[in-house]
Design a protein around this ligand. Structure first.
Ligand code: ZN
Ligand code: ZN
Length: 355
């Protein structure tokens, strides 16, 4: 593959100052590959980083964001045998140091050496450069191969689905025939609905506040839609479960109301997966967790091997991305893409940048 010296990249020069400029194409080191980026989806954290930066991020003027990307391997670094040039790969942003006790136990998304480059930790698009560029370097631990059955845009959604699946697993999974309530019909919530279906849920209830997004929930497999603006979600779930409530609640909204509601929708000895990012403290009734024997787990990003297991689910169409991928922009128009995502112009759900 012919690799140029220079590439186009969206670089953060200062807070709220993202510019597309020329940069040298990075070189892959040991156990790394160079990826020709084909698609990079805008994540909810990206507009926040553009506005406020990220702790341990590369210096302003050098920092390339983007952590939900997919592309084609263009060059192999030293020692790489697992991949070959031309492979289609999706990346996951977290690479643990590999030697702390959490990494040894498989909890690399909560690596104890977070941000320490000298220890081998990488958080692509956060502490090191990511995918809003024509080329990006990534460690092989974070690359996941997929076939031509998936487009590069589809593959950017693997991390979104991965966050939902990892949270569900951490909270104890979903059993056949169980009732699952998903709070928040955003990208992660709409993936959680589909995963609940795939995992054999008997009834999937989707709770949200926007009818347009709830309607997409129906399209991807929710049985019952509850708009909590018009209807009390607790009463609705009570009615739908004969007062028993949901076996599993997946909270993806990240709102204080959603966080508190998660416990109220859960049945005795039920399970709650928290995967939303809360920007304010949430008041919950912890006594309920004790007395109702609940199991609650937080899920930090897409840990373990969830991405590799999601590839066949997407390739076979059991997990759909189409209804969620609403907008695409070229790299030159990245600022317009970010604005479209942030302001939800044209009911934007997932916005993809194509370098
Ligand atoms: Zn993300
Ligand atoms: Zn570690």
């Amino acid at each position: 593959m012919n690799i140029p010296e220079k590439m186009k990249a969206a670089v953060l020069f200062d807070y709220n100052d993202l510019r597309v400029v020329e940069k040298p194409v990075p070189k892959p080191g040991k156990d790394e590959v160079l990826i020709r980026v084909k698609a990079c989806a805008i994540c909810g954290t990206d507009p926040k980083i553009i506005a406020h930066g990220w702790e341990n991020c590369p210096p302003m003027g050098e920092y390339i964001l983007g952590h939900e990307y997919a592309g084609e391997i263009a060059e192999l670094g030293e020692g790489v045998t697992k991949f070959k040039v031309g492979d289609r790969v999706a990346i996951e942003p977290h690479k643990g140091c590999g030697h702390c006790v959490n990494c040894l136990r498989g909890y690399y998304t909560t690596c104890l050496n977070y941000g320490k480059l000298e220890e081998g930790h990488r958080h692509y698009g956060f502490t090191v450069n990511g995918g809003y560029a024509e080329y990006a370097v990534c460690h092989i631990n974070c690359c996941h191969r997929f076939s031509e059955k998936l487009s590069y845009e589809d593959a950017t959604m693997l991390t979104t689905a991965g966050t939902a699946l990892y949270g569900i697993q951490r909270a104890g999974g979903i059993g056949p025939g169980e009732t699952v309530a998903v709070i928040g019909p955003g990208p992660i919530g709409l993936m959680a609905v589909q995963l609940a279906r795939v995992l054999g849920a008997g009834k999937v209830i989707l709770v949200g506040t926007r009818d347009s997004r709830l309607a997409i929930g129906r399209e991807v497999g929710a049985d019952v839609l509850v708009n909590s603006r018009n209807e009390d979600a607790v009463e609705a779930v009570k009615r739908l479960t004969d007062g028993v409530m949901a076996d599993m609640v997946v909270e993806t909204s990240g709102s204080a109301a959603g966080g508190a509601q998660a416990l109220e929708l859960c049945k005795k000895s039920g399970r709650v997966a928290l995967v939303g990012i809360y920007s304010e403290p949430v008041t919950v009734n912890l006594n309920k967790v004790v007395q109702w024997n609940m199991q609650i787990a937080g899920g930090k990003a897409e840990g373990e091997d969830v991405l590799d297991r999601l590839v066949p689910l997407m390739e076979s169409g059991q997990i759909k991305t189409g209804p969620l991928l609403t907008h695409a922009f070229s790299l030159d128009d990245i600022n317009e893409g970010v604005r479209t995502y942030k302001e939800r112009i044209g009911n934007a759900i997932k916005v993809v940048i194509r370098p």
